[in-house]
Design a binder for this molecule. Structure first.
Ligand code: TEU
Length: 499
């Protein structure tokens, strides 16, 4: 479809390194573990991987509390291991993206330690947001967004108290992050995923809010207009490097419209659209959500996402059968798509993690009222013989093991692998356009040129599929015969059709 830049139709696989692959048996995944699984990722057929934070961190928030932006957590490896991973990935045609965490750092970061050691009003404190009294803002993880220090001042942390917010009004903070960005681009990464990209700048007046939980609406701390000059400057850095580097902002919004200013020309190359994580498996809701993205910018600039390390696993949200139909939707939509590790195995959310083993600050800060996100971060079952892992794998985890799924034509892994292979070959897939096809109210169907149709049955009884010449791929193997014999799609299934 005349795609010019690799990221416009890339399938990117999100790796949560501590929960991916453990190369040294210490029950924690590591960078060498990722490198040892590059063959798996190449066979699966992804174009790139995004590594969530692997930097030195006291793990107040799974590594999103960064103590050193330019190093590797010694438990996960070394910078040499990182370079080795990038090199071997390149040899397999896989690009590497790293996570940039600019809204906050770790309370153990040397700059924050220096701020604590310095008096109120000092230059050191000006790297963060210190005040004599708190506002009424709440932390995203529960409880207040401010913590008091011994001399009486308070510092802002939109997330955990171990994650102080940087002061983006301070030019030194800008310069610091430019150097961090260059550090990783110089090491050969293909791009950055920008954490809480709707955060960073706060209203300098730090006002109390009418609603102390404004969710992801524009507010005194989210979606500030100052962001866009910053992102234009980052875009210029990216563009100054060889090889079409990208950056994808993690921008959560209540309404798709709020994404608009991020998608103006010259800003970050991409921002996620989380539409598919926010709506039910309902033809009307999905169609509206997809249209909203298509009208704004399309999936090339606003990649599609079914799940990530922050949201309940798709299999648990939809049920396994519909999650397979959703996977075919994700990979048929125009533009780029992200797959979170384990989605290709159909892993469900793990509910029964013992409280003492839970690591998510949201669990801690809500006194256990919110279970938090550990349930989608349980390490990948590579084989049916379970190994000890930092978040415990349930007894039934082996059922989802990679080695078991490889030989099973009806497995999730085989479906994802087949879909990704077809997506590479089929001229209609990847970037481009789509046109809805009308059918009954339970049919979600669209055509892409040349000659491709996605059709899903979101209802409870069989529906007639749109006219087709050929069945390319079905969410369940048995659906092929039903389509050929009766032209019908059973409930909860989807197909890729040639016409
Ligand atoms: O998540 C961002 C995040 O949690 C918020 O955008 C939040 O979802 C929303 O505003 C609530 O309404 C990122 C990481 O993906 C997550 O794992 C981290 O915990 C978080 O940032 C803090 O770094």
């Amino acid at each position: 479809m005349g795609t010019s830049l690799w990221w416009q139709d890339a399938v990117v696989y999100e790796v949560y390194p501590r929960s991916f692959a453990d190369s040294n048996g210490d029950s924690l995944g590591d960078l060498t573990g990722v490198r040892q699984k590059l063959r798996y990722l190449a066979d699966l057929g992804v174009d790139a991987i995004w590594l969530t934070p692997f930097y030195p961190s006291p793990l107040a928030d799974g590594g999103y509390d960064v103590a050193d932006y330019r190093d590797v957590d010694p438990r996960l490896g070394t910078l040499a291991d990182f370079d080795h991973l990038v090199r071997d990935a390149r040899d397999r045609g896989i690009r590497v993206l790293v996570d940039l965490v600019p809204n906050h750092c770790s309370a153990e970061h040397p700059r924050f330690r220096a701020a604590l050691a310095a008096p109120p009003g000092s230059q050191e404190r000006d790297w963060f947001i210190f005040r004599d009294g708190p506002t009424n803002w709440h932390s995203m993880f529960g409880g207040p967004a401010w913590t008091q220090v011994p001399d009486g001042q308070w510092y802002l942390h939109l997330f955990d108290s171990g994650q102080p917010d940087w002061n983006w009004q301070n030019p030194d903070v800008l310069a610091f992050f430019e150097s961090v960005i260059r550090f990783w681009l110089d090491r050969g990464v293909a791009g950055l995923r920008v954490d809480v990209a709707h955060g960073l700048f706060k209203d300098p007046d730090l006002p109390d809010l009418d609603d102390p939980d404004p969710a992801d609406h524009p507010s005194a701390y989210y979606h500030r207009p100052e962001l866009h000059d910053l992102y234009r400057s980052w875009r210029a850095i990216l563009d100054s490097y060889h090889g079409d580097r990208t950056a994808v902002g993690e921008v959560w919004t209540e309404e798709a419209q709020t994404l608009r200013p991020y998608l103006e020309p010259g800003g970050l190359p991409q921002v996620f659209n989380f539409q598919l994580t926010r709506v039910r498996w309902d033809a009307g809701e999905l169609r509206e959500a997809i249209d909203a993205v298509q009208t704004l910018a399309g999936g090339a600039r606003a990649p599609w996402v079914l799940g990530n390390h922050d949201v309940t696993r798709p299999v648990t949200r939809y049920g396994p059968r519909r999650a397979r139909a959703a996977a075919l939707l994700l990979l048929a939509l125009p533009g780029s798509a992200y797959i979170y590790q384990g989605e290709e195995l159909g892993l469900p959310q793990v509910r029964g993690i013992p409280p003492a083993r839970r690591a998510d600050p949201r669990f801690r800060r809500t006194g256990g009222r919110a279970l938090g996100r550990d349930g989608c971060r349980v390490p990948i079952p590579w084989s049916a013989s379970r190994e000890p892992t930092w978040l415990p794998q349930p007894a039934w985890w082996g059922r989802y093991a990679v080695d078991a799924q490889r030989g099973d034509p009806g497995s999730f892994l085989r479906l994802y692998t087949a879909a990704l292979a077809m997506r590479r070959d089929h001229p209609a897939l990847g970037a481009g356009s789509m046109a809805w096809l009308e059918g009954g109210q339970d049919l979600l169907a669209f055509a892409r040129e040349p000659g491709f149709v996605y059709a899903a049955n979101l209802g409870q009884v069989p529906v007639a599929a749109p006219p087709f010449r050929k069945v390319l791929l079905t969410s369940e193997p048995a659906v092929r015969d039903v389509l050929i014999a009766r032209g019908a799609l059973p409930p909860g299934t989807a197909a890729w059709l040639g016409r």
